[in-house]
Design a protein around this ligand. Structure first.
Ligand code: GS8
Length: 222
């Protein structure tokens, strides 16, 4: 049976970038459907496929929906297992990769949003925490080329989309990630060398800044 793979996504989504990268890494051909107004005007396809969270990205494989980006990446890894694995097979290494991915989701996503949403003292505290989180990640990376060692894998996929938002965080958060975390920047540049997966899936950072300006206006944030 021919595989039908559809990704319902909206281009600035760091979550959607993960799924795109995983599909590209596995060489899976897929149809991209853009959910243009995911905040104010959700499509009937999105509501049908993700009735619980009503969020993109949604991966639709042979008519069945898989929701939540990290679950999608794991699913892709399992279904297209003949290609190089994204998660380690060793149970301990696998648990570690899932731990760091979870840390990124719980911590970095929240602080990233704070860089353009928070104000005054709250913004200062947010930005300090944001850099602290990046430093923790940088120390986990250590001298390895990728989070899992010598091979690009799960944690890299979960984190790399944030790189396309770094200029946005710096502009509104008023700090320099390059100065604070140069090793992490070097890691991101290394990931971007994967032209067919990472570079292809990350949007132009200037476009992201434009999108955040739109969001600030939408939410009435000065
Ligand atoms: C997050 C998806 C999400 O927040 C995942 O897939 O990993 N934990 C989920 N999607 C956003 C767009 S990207 O910021 C979304 O669909 N928002 C619509 C809404 O909040 O109504």
């Amino acid at each position: 049976m021919a595989e039908e793979v559809i990704l319902l996504n909206f281009w600035p989504s760091i979550f959607g970038m993960r799924t795109m990268i995983a599909l590209e890494e596995k060489g899976v051909k897929y149809e991209y459907i853009s959910e243009e107004d995911v905040i104010k005007n959700k499509s009937s396809l999105l509501l049908q496929m993700n009735p619980v969270h009503k969020k993109i990205p949604v991966l639709i494989h042979n008519g069945k929906a898989i929701c939540e980006s990290m679950i999608q990446v794991q699913y892709i890894d399992e279904v297209w297992s003949e290609k190089s694995p994204l998660l380690p097979s060793d149970p301990y290494q696998r648990a570690q990769a899932l731990f760091w991915a979870d840390f990124i989701d719980k911590k970095l996503c929240v602080c990233g949003r704070g860089t353009w949403r928070a104000k005054g003292e709250e913004l200062e505290a947010n930005n300090k925490e944001f850099i602290d989180i990046l430093k923790i990640l940088e120390s986990e990376l250590g001298d390895k080329p990728y989070f899992g060692g010598h091979k690009f894998g799960f944690v890299d996929i979960v984190l790399i989309g944030f790189y396309s938002w770094f200029p946005e965080y710096q502009k509104f958060g008023n700090f320099s990630i390059e100065l604070e975390c140069s090793k992490l920047i070097a890691w991101a540049e290394r990931c971007l060398e994967r032209e067919k997966s990472v570079a292809k899936s990350l949007p132009d950072p200037e476009k992201v800044i434009g999108y955040v300006l739109y969001l600030k206006k939408l939410y009435g944030i000065e």
